[in-house]
Ligand binder design. Structure first.
Ligand SMILES: [Zn+2]
Length: 153
């Protein structure tokens, strides 16, 4: 039997995860990088965070800075910036994590699976051959081989 280390899951399981008031995607204008918030990038229109509860190493959340729940609320300039940031983020993941593919998706509305439905965000999940084994199916456990702090760095 092998040991699975996923220490950041404990706070989630025990409900000790620090919950800030308000939206997890809303940051001060002058904040562009924040390790505690797992904020990797923010400019005037878009931002990129590491997902605190990743499906895989390098699982990113790419969002507009504008607090909007629906795609049609975004002005075209924000939509274009969001696509550009997605392209850059995927390019960086491809270069540094060398995945075999990606899942890129958007859950609009709580019924569609959005955990933060009030602020739309794309999930970018790098995928590798054989990355999710039987654990996901039989034990409802995902194995994440790199600690999130190492991924942030
Ligand atoms: Zn927000």
């Amino acid at each position: 039997m092998k040991t699975l280390w996923a220490p950041w899951r404990m706070a989630y399981i025990l409900g000790q995860e620090v919950r800030k008031d308000g939206c997890i995607f809303d940051f001060p204008d002058d904040l562009h990088l924040d390790k505690e918030a797992l904020l990797l990038f923010k400019d005037r229109q878009t931002e990129v965070l590491l997902n605190r509860f990743p499906y895989a190493n390098g699982h990113l959340l790419v969002a507009p800075v504008r607090h909007a729940a629906e795609l049609e609320e975004l002005p075209p300039v924000d939509s274009a910036a969001l696509m550009t940031t997605l392209q850059v983020a995927i390019g960086i993941l491809r270069k540094h994590l060398k995945p075999d593919g990606f899942n890129v998706g958007l859950n609009l509305g709580a019924i569609a699976g959005a955990g933060q439905a009030e602020h739309l965000h794309f999930h970018v999940v790098p995928r590798w051959q054989g990355d999710h084994n039987f654990m996901t199916v039989t034990a409802d456990i995902r194995t994440i081989p790199q600690h999130i702090n190492a991924t942030f760095e």
